[in-house]
Design a binder for this molecule. Sequence first.
Ligand code: F6P
Length: 542
Amino acid sequence: MTDTTSLRDLPEWKALEAHYAKLKDVHLRELFARDPGRAEKFSLEAAGIYFDYSKHRITAGTVNRLCDLAEAAGLREKIEAMFTGERINLTEGRAVLHTALRAPKSATIVVDGENVVPRVHAVLEKMETFARKVRAGEWKGHTGKPVKNVVNIGIGGSDLGPVMAYEALKDYGDRGLTFRFVSNIDGTDFAEAVMDLDPAETLFIVASKTFTTLETMTNAGTARAWALKALKDEAAVARHFVAVSTNAAKVAEFGVDTENMFGFWDWVGGRYSMFSAIGLSTMIAIGPEHFREMLAGAYEMDEHYRVAPFEENLPALMGLLGLWYNDFFGAQSIAVLPYEQYLKRFPAYLQQLTMESNGKRVTLDGRAVDYQTGQIYWGEPGTNGQHSFYQLIHQGTKLIPCDFIAFSKTRHRLGRHHDLLMANVFAQAEALAFGKTAEELKAEGVKDWLVPHRTFEGNRPSTTMLLDALTPAALGRLVALYEHSVFTQGMIWRVGPFDQWGVELGKALAGRIAPELEAKDEPRLNHDGSTNALIRRYRKER
Ligand code: F6P
């Protein structure tokens, strides 16, 4: 494939267009009726995930054509390039090696002539020593009291992964410790997080890849002032603040002893960093052994992605199915619906992973794309979503493919709860796919005028992922599954999933506006009329 040809000119893309034209009006009812073996044919099991994709608007021919497109896009070579440390993050000139974070100690992954695996494991060991001390009450605060509260200060990838993993694995955690996550520059976030905490028993983890992010640095400064107001001694910073960063100079400048810094590297993207030292809060919460299990789960998915043929490759199939709806059916979004309360922050975590990665409008060589790229990811845990937005998914005018995520076992077997939860997830996927026809309603005696309102068109696609239980390993597998699905799509769309230039403009403009808000004298405003008026009104009312 030469990059001067548009993706849409590829024969494999054209084959999909022609195929779509034939399949677009075929109903899932018909596809299931035609082939009694459909459920088996379109389900896979790998890395502990049973992946049922039979309720998708596909045939075997669709899968073949999508896999042909992946081959034509050079996906196989690109996967290898990522895993072996090539600088595939072109706009930042960096390798992309979050997979090295979960590679076993015996692996060799070379970047700039150096095997990075020993460095990864050295940091893991340093994290473990620290985590064990905190968990055992041996990490004492400035006054000699053991640390009981851990506050992670970070934003984006330095927050969403840690808070998601903390919530997901809460039941594996040490309930004797309190965990809080502060991300927003809105002072309310910090104020609420520490309101009931004793500074003498509180440890702040300042998590920032760059250690320059406005939100995190502002919150860290406020945390420092809050701690020192009570502890009244600069020396307390060393006992109450640790840092996770790639930027040792900035960490030292902030006043954290670099002895208490846990490093990672520029080849770990922020939204791909929850398995690096950014996961320190996770490790303190769940313990080093469980953290290692999570890494092992992710590694299992990495290996599967690297070697499995695309037809049997979970992340490749997931990415290709998303692309099928996004680029051919014109679906704008995907709903992620975990039927597991512990995964309540998983959709929020996925939003950064997917949308900051593939929300791009130019290809890596700078040309505007003439097809749709990154989808909108959103969702809520089931069954809450059912009583909120599912109506639109069932009977609205938009096509919204759904990812259902469910677990056969629960950590809390209370009466019928789990069976009812599972009944709901299976029922939703069934209802979306098969719907309810006017004939069925009439046969039930539903009055004619009500029939259109009660008709479910069906033919609404979904994947059901069924896992045994939400263990640390299962979480690792799920995260790696989505990471690689994002990669699959990014490589086919030819965008760069590992930069995020789109967040820069807003940051720069905020930097210009902040002094205008704070200026004593009326500033000369040079924005558009709307922004000028908003600034003036705020200055008057603040
Ligand atoms: O939102 C932009 C971004 O750079 C994210 O990619 C990143 O996860 C987040 O800010 C936080 O960055 P840092 O870890 O450097 O503070």
